[in-house]
Design a binder for this molecule. Structure first.
Ligand SMILES: Cc1cc2nc3c(=O)[nH]c(=O)nc-3n(C[C@H](O)[C@H](O)[C@H](O)COP(=O)(O)OP(=O)(O)OC[C@H]3O[C@@H](n4cnc5c(N)ncnc54)[C@H](O)[C@@H]3O)c2cc1C
Length: 191
């Protein structure tokens, strides 16, 4: 067994490692799911996978909310041409778009959580929340950077960290492409 830690773009709140198993034998009592049939853990994974997708959706929405709050606060303080930049209509429209999208993310996460808690198969709602929130977060954080001007590019400002952390949600819990594939299946599309 060898474990090597890997450097990442962000998400350094946890360590990620390359784990190599060579000639490892697993005792039956340590096999997940029903040891009598290999692959029995898949059902468990389906449930924990949905929970992971909900967590990543909520995480994306939470990050989006911080981005909006930070950009609004900056726009009210930053003075240019004798006015706070929040007084310029183009900045207002950008902030309005960010806030509206973040609200849509919040509602879709709630919709997915409600569907999951109802106990029925919530694959469609959960995957919709995951892909929508992951993609929209990228747009929100890119707009947030624009509102900040050059300041957002510097490490002393939180926006630089938000920008670096945002792509994580595109991959964690499965890629956007895979979420769409699962939604298409739930709609009865394909062969
Ligand atoms: C920082 C980080 C932390 C992670 N933490 C965890 C964790 O805790 N637990 C865990 O289980 N996983 C974790 N992952 C792994 C993550 O779930 C995978 O990276 C993700 O599912 C994509 O798999 P892959 O990297 O093998 O990409 P690939 O499967 O190689 O995909 C490459 C590209 O091909 C596309 N693609 C692949 N198959 C299809 C298809 N059938 N149809 C259309 N497009 C397709 C993908 O969407 C993607 O664009 C983590 C990843 C990162 C980056």
């Amino acid at each position: 067994l060898t474990v090597t830690s890997l450097e990442k773009l962000a998400a350094n709140v946890h360590v990620s490692c390359r784990v190599t198993l060579t000639s490892v034998r697993i005792p039956l009592r340590h096999v997940l799911g029903d040891p009598a049939k290999m692959g029995g853990a898949w059902q468990t994974l389906r449930v924990t996978g949905a929970i992971e997708r909900l967590i990543v959706s909520a995480l994306s929405q939470g990050l989006a909310s911080s981005v909006v709050e930070h950009a609004v606060s900056f726009a009210k303080q930053r003075q240019q041409f004798g006015h706070p930049i929040a007084a310029f209509q183009s900045i207002q429209h950008t902030l309005v778009e960010m806030k509206t999208t973040e609200t849509a993310m919040r509602l879709l996460v709630k919709h997915a959580v409600d569907a999951f808690e109802s106990g029925r198969d919530a694959t469609q709602e959960v995957c919709m929340a995951k892909f929508f929130c992951a993609e929209q977060l990228q747009h929100i954080v890119a707009k947030g950077m624009r509102v900040m001007g050059g300041r957002g590019y510097f490490e002393f400002d939180d926006m630089a960290r938000f920008y670096r952390e945002a792509p994580f949600s595109l991959y964690a819990g499965g890629t956007v492409e895979i979420q769409k594939m699962l939604i298409a299946r739930s709609m009865g599309l394909g062969g």
